[in-house]
Structure formats: C-alpha cells, structure tokens
Write a protein that binds this ligand. Sequence first.
Ligand code: 6PG
Length: 271
Amino acid sequence: MEGSTGHEDLEIRVEGLDSEIARPRLPGRVVARHCTDELLDAVAFDLLVHAANCTREFGDFHLALSGGRTPLPLYERLMYDPRFRAFPWRRTHLWVVDERCVPFEDERSNFARLKETIVDHSDIPPEQVHPMLAAMPDAAARYERELREALGWRAKGHDRLDFVLLGMGADGHTASIFPGSPALDSPERLAMDVPAPTTASPAVPRCTLTMRAINAARFVAALVTGADKADMLVRVAEGASPAEVPIAGVRPAAGELRWFLDAAACGAAKM
Ligand code: 6PG
C-alpha cells in the first residue's frame, strides 16, 4: 500500500497498556505485549485451550515445537506454572519443527532442549515423543513416515498437526526453512533434509518440517521477540516474497495463524 509503514494504526484495548503498541500489519492475528511474561502467558493459554479442544474432539493432540532460545521460558512455564498443570501431556504427541544435524548430547540439539524442559518433567508416554533423528541418513523420509502413520487414523481433513509453534531468525527464516530453501514449495513432502544455512547459526545441515506441513496445520503460532527481528517483520507486513523472507510463506490453508510479539519486535521502545 502506498505510503504504508507496515504498521497498524494505534488501537485502543480496554484491558491493558498494550494499546500503545503499533503492531506490524501481518497476515493473521497479532497479539502484542509490552511485558514478556504476559506474552508468554498469552501463548501458553492458547496452547492449553487448543490442547483441551483437540483431546476432546480427537482423543489426542499433535504439537510441534521449535528450537531456538525464544521459546525456552515458555516451555519451562508450561511445566512449573500451576495454571498449566491441566495440560494433557498424556494425550499429546510431541513433534519437533526442525533439528540440527548434531547428536542429541550436543547442546545445539533442539530435541535435547525439549527433553530437558518438557519430556523429562511430564507424563507424556515415550511412544508419543517424536525426535527428529537428523544425524541419520534419510532423517526427513523417516520423520515424514512417522508423521503420516501417527496422523493416519484420523478422519481425512483432520490428519494434520494441531498446533505448530514457530520462531523467526533475524534473516526471516522459520523452522529450518532458509531463504531460497526447497522446503518452501515442496508440494508433497512434509519433512526435508536441508543443507547448512549461510545466513544463520549453527551452520550445520538440518532436517525440517516443510512449509507444506506447516501450512496444513490447524493452528500456527509465531513467537517473535526482540528489536533485532523488527525490520524483518516489517518486510513480512510489506509483502516480502517467501523466497527472500521464508516466514512470509506461512499461510495456513485451513487453519489459523497468530503472531505473538513483544514491543521490541513491533519496533516500539519499551515504556
Ligand atoms: C532452530 C529453529 C529456528 C528458530 C529461529 C529463532 O532450530 O534454529 O527452530 O527456526 O526458531 O532461528 O531462534 P531464536 O529463538 O534463538 O532467535
């Protein structure tokens, strides 16, 4: 749009001071909070509501979680905060959005973080925990098979991930889908082995859910914090191409996209 700054006009919300945050005009709904604690609460409550709805409707909940540092306090909160004690871990299948090609003992392993924050402290049955064995040959093909098998018993249309939590790198990547990645537009594949990125660290090969798998999900949450991500969000708001800014390709076909942003990521100084 001519003259657009990529930000919405200020909007008054009666329940708090977050009204002052000018949010980037992103596809989907944008939840913005000054306080990181409140932002994490907002994601955690959405997660709880979706988990409860899905277990009621399908008997289980298929959740895919990202690595990176941003969501770690969220994962900890889900485990220690009594308000989330009712989370139905016993009925949850835990998937990994992407994995770095390193052994699980390596501190850069995304699954290692999920294991120490969630798996080791929940009653999730081991057969419902689905690490990506990224260091093995054909990791993506194996993961795709596992996904199709686990979701296969559901009625057509419901055989998809229920909740995918994404992050965004300062280069606009999400999952391990980097600029120009073949995982952006693979019409059939749900997971892909991809080479080491040149625009982000760690520079090791990865395995990732594809954009097709992400866009098939029932609910996609993108949790993005920090001033170093603000410019990239403006590019998404201004209609950047997914080939250049991969997260711009997140457009769930029959699902919902919700962004969870702090004021810094919205380009606003903290008040
Ligand atoms: C990964 C991720 C990746 C991550 C972003 C943001 O394994 O690297 O899943 O997509 O979400 O790079 O990472 P930060 O939260 O550390 O900024």
